[in-house]
Design a protein around this ligand. Sequence first.
Ligand SMILES: Cc1cc2nc3c(=O)[nH]c(=O)nc-3n(C[C@H](O)[C@H](O)[C@H](O)COP(=O)(O)OP(=O)(O)OC[C@H]3O[C@@H](n4cnc5c(N)ncnc54)[C@H](O)[C@@H]3O)c2cc1C
Length: 489
Amino acid sequence: MSKKIIVIGSGFSSLSAATYLSKYGYQVTILEKNQDFGGRARQLKSNGFIFDLGPSFYWMPDVFEKYFGDFGKKVKDYYQLIRLDPAYKIFFEKNKTVSIPGSFEKILSTFENIERGSSSKLKKFMNEAEINYSIAMNGIVFKPGFSIFELITFQTVRRVKYFMTSIKSEVSKFFNNKKLKQILEFPVLFLGAKPENTPAFYNIMNYADFKLGTWYPKDGMYSVVKGMVRLAEENGVKLISNQNVEAIIEENNKIKGVISNGKNIYCDIVVSGADYHHTESLLNSHQRNYSESYWDKKVFAPSALLFYIGLNKKVRNLEHHNLFFDVNFDEHASAIYNNKKWPDAPQFYVTVSSITDLKSAPENCDSFVILIPIAPGLEDTESIRNSYLEKILTRIEEHSENKIKDSIIFKKSYCINDFKSDYNSYKGNAYGLANTLFQTAIFKPKLRSKKIKGLYFTGQLTVPGPGVPPALISGKIVSKTVMQDFPSQ
Ligand SMILES: Cc1cc2nc3c(=O)[nH]c(=O)nc-3n(C[C@H](O)[C@H](O)[C@H](O)COP(=O)(O)OP(=O)(O)OC[C@H]3O[C@@H](n4cnc5c(N)ncnc54)[C@H](O)[C@@H]3O)c2cc1C
């Protein structure tokens, strides 16, 4: 009889872990507390508008291709990709915008126009980033983080300087222009830490941005969830929604099962893709890997205040992705990481997916998602949310020369309280743990329980870190670990 595995949650990491494990011959069931699968990447449909609730930047298409390839499939068997051109537009001061084109050749010209001589510097910078990307993707990103020796290879030793310096210093070595520096520091913000606290090795994100491109899955990021759910089912995974796991059952420090919606469900192994801290709260305190003070000391990636907005008209001067860098980032970053307070003037992103995907809004309308990064754990009230909406809309109106406030026909906000209630997220974090040097690889919370045999963790709070591609990889790593510990037959 093959071993029974319960996977908690249906985010990308859970879907990935479950699909690999089922393929390896285990009997796998996913239990998801929400009605819809996909975790932070669920979809909101209302009044003719369709919004991706979470991720919107589809980066590293190679990782998705590899994932589907592991099951003998191709991405295009499940969803179609469109390369965005421009990839995104950045609003600096008034009337100063830079659009990042959808090809590296054109990006070189954009850089040259901003600072003479910068295109050749960018080529050199990108050559180094490409080497790091290849080292990461052909090895270290797929390591479980159990031992320092996993990371010591001929190649990594030669590149050790990239772990000893920050991406901010690395960028400054190449470029003087403030805008170019901001553009090159932007991608690591996805990893959840300040550029000065993120190792330069993460210039792999610059390679992902400029060389591999920004893509849009037709019908939105949710089509990736749908594709992965289909693949999971094709590989024999059973998925059940509206199943809140309330406790993990163990006996003599060995997994026996879970309690879900008040019922005992027995199994041999539990893999949890729910937030790590929450999963451990389903155990007695002496059976947890980490204490409350451990979590309290960790650098969390930001939470977010989001607005999903439907307009009764089409906007102009905006692209699919827009970054509003018209205010000082250092002050915003201090509010997130140091002072942990609501920022006075935050940077923010606006995604107008209806520019690419007409189906995401009714005819002659646009769908808008605004994302403001904030510190996890802040007080979250309706009046605070509304005060930010007013300020942010004013800035969008001024910079993009659009009248927006009078054209809103649908509006929904989402913030810390929603992250907690929908995903059991620690302090309402959006993106998990930040990838600082001392929270990378072996320093991440471990995939395997040290106290309970048969309990495993996956997802954005463990290796390799935040983001959709890392979540896919995390599922693969944990499935291999399970297979080593409990061979399927
Ligand atoms: C607003 C936002 C924007 C983002 N933008 C991007 C982007 O543009 N590009 C990118 O690559 N990444 C982005 N990310 C990050 C990316 O979405 C996440 O890193 C990734 O989706 C996390 O997947 P996961 O499997 O680790 O966790 P989750 O998606 O959180 O999945 C965990 C699942 O566990 C379930 N669960 C929790 N507790 C229980 C329980 N007790 N019982 C049963 N089920 C339970 C939850 O409901 C959830 O479905 C963004 C994230 C957010 C929130």
